[in-house]
Design a protein around this ligand. Structure first.
Ligand code: PLP
Length: 374
């Protein structure tokens, strides 16, 4: 049975060149980057070259890139230190953020008694910018946390516009770019962003490594203590092989961006056309100009198919994800779709199909074939 992986927003297949790079570093460059002997200096040099390479791809300066264990850690760090150290008294975010932001903000609200405001979300999942401006007109030290690409719908936020609005109202701007780094051009020198977060396993790199972009002189303090690594901002012996793998993955993502974007966009359009033919009343959850790697659709199936659809596709070797999480047999609607759909539509099956350059037209045909037999 041919297996079909269409769940690339969850995680991606690692590129063979990345495995090769990591294996080399693991077996040959095992020194501790903090050691002063030649083994350590060699590891340190790999670390700093990786940092430089990552910064270059995003037009940032190397000292603004801080390695973390993942996107979740970087989001936690930034939000917590903004409240604890930068004396942010209010966070404006949205109810469609990833839980790495949403649950952190809720925890901070309890712990520090900060004000939390949720910007309105339109039925197509777009952030209501007019509402954001209205919220920002209050005079409180504020941080705005809004993601660049929504991991469920693929909706894109105009981070340039939002950043400029934040600047105008003297608010800090944090954006989770986990779903966009490596998939779209990002110029941090020209974007009015204070903090951003990325994760290697979303762009064909290894799991367990990510980074934060921390704008110069931001005053951010570490989440934990114990060493001088990452200028004391993120202590702990650096995972050199992971970091080298992440740098390689990002380099390849941008070197191949145009070709891969074209290929994936074609697949996404092909899927939309096939859905129009086979399930003419299907609806796209999200805007029509979302990122090319994600398509979220509401299928015109009976409600009783909702619980079984993923299992059914999985039996056919097809991996996609539903816009909802299944917890101990009960179906809990996705917190993102819950902000967008009517109660009636929420009960019907929505699927998130997310692509990579490894996918082919045949994968789409197999998905459609699988859906027709549900
Ligand atoms: N933010 C977004 C938008 C994501 O999609 C994910 C991954 O699911 C994360 C954060 C968490 O990243 P990590 O798996 O590196 O902790």
């Amino acid at each position: 049975m041919k297996k079909v992986y269409l769940d690339n927003a969850s995680t991606t297949q690692i590129r063979p060149e990345v495995v090769q790079e990591m294996t080399k570093v693991l077996s040959e460059d095992y020194g501790n980057p903090s050691s002063t002997h030649s083994f350590g200096r060699n590891a340190k040099s790999i670390l700093e070259l990786s940092r430089k390479a990552i910064a270059k791809q995003l037009n940032a300066s190397a000292q603004e890139i801080i390695f973390t264990s993942c996107g979740t850690e970087a989001n936690n760090w930034i939000l917590r230190s903004a409240v604890k150290d930068l004396k942010v008294k209010r966070i404006i975010t949205s109810k469609i953020e990833h839980h790495a932001v949403l649950y952190t903000v809720q925890a901070l609200q309890k712990e520090f008694d900060i004000q939390v405001d949720y910007v309105a979300v339109k039925p197509n999942g777009e952030i209501d910018i007019t509402d954001l401006v209205e919220l920002l007109s209050q005079e409180t030290k504020t941080l705005v946390s809004l993601m660049h690409v929504n991991n469920e719908t693929g909706n894109l936020l105009d981070v340039d516009k939002v950043g400029r609005i934040c600047e105008q109202y003297n608010a800090l701007f944090h954006t989770d770019m986990v779903q966009s780094v490596g998939k779209t051009e990002i110029d941090l020198q020209h974007l009015p962003i204070d903090f951003m977060v990325a994760s290697a396993h979303k762009f064909h790199g290894p799991k367990g490594i990510g980074f934060a972009y921390i704008k110069k002189n931001s005053g951010l303090q570490p989440l934990f203590y114990g060493g001088e690594q990452e200028k004391g901002l993120r202590p702990g012996t650096e995972a050199v092989h992971q970091i080298a793998g992440m740098a390689k993955a990002l380099e390849l993502s941008y070197a191949n961006l145009e070709t891969e974007r074209n290929h994936i966009s074609e697949l996404k359009n092909y899927l939309i056309v096939q859905l129009e033919i086979e399930f003419p009343t299907f609806v796209i959850n999200g805007t029509s100009d979302g990122i090319y790697t994600i398509l979220n659709v509401l299928l015109p199936f009976a409600e009783d198919k909702t619980a079984m659809i993923l299992f059914h596709l999985d039996m056919k070797g097809i991996a996609v994800s539903r816009g909802s999480a299944c917890q101990s047999g009960s179906i809990k609607p996705s917190h993102v779709l819950a902000e967008m759909l009517s109660n009636e539509d929420l009960k019907k099956p929505s699927l998130r199909i997310s692509f990579s350059h490894f996918n082919t037209k045949e994968d789409i045909d197999l998905l459609i074939f699988g859906l027709k037999s549900v």
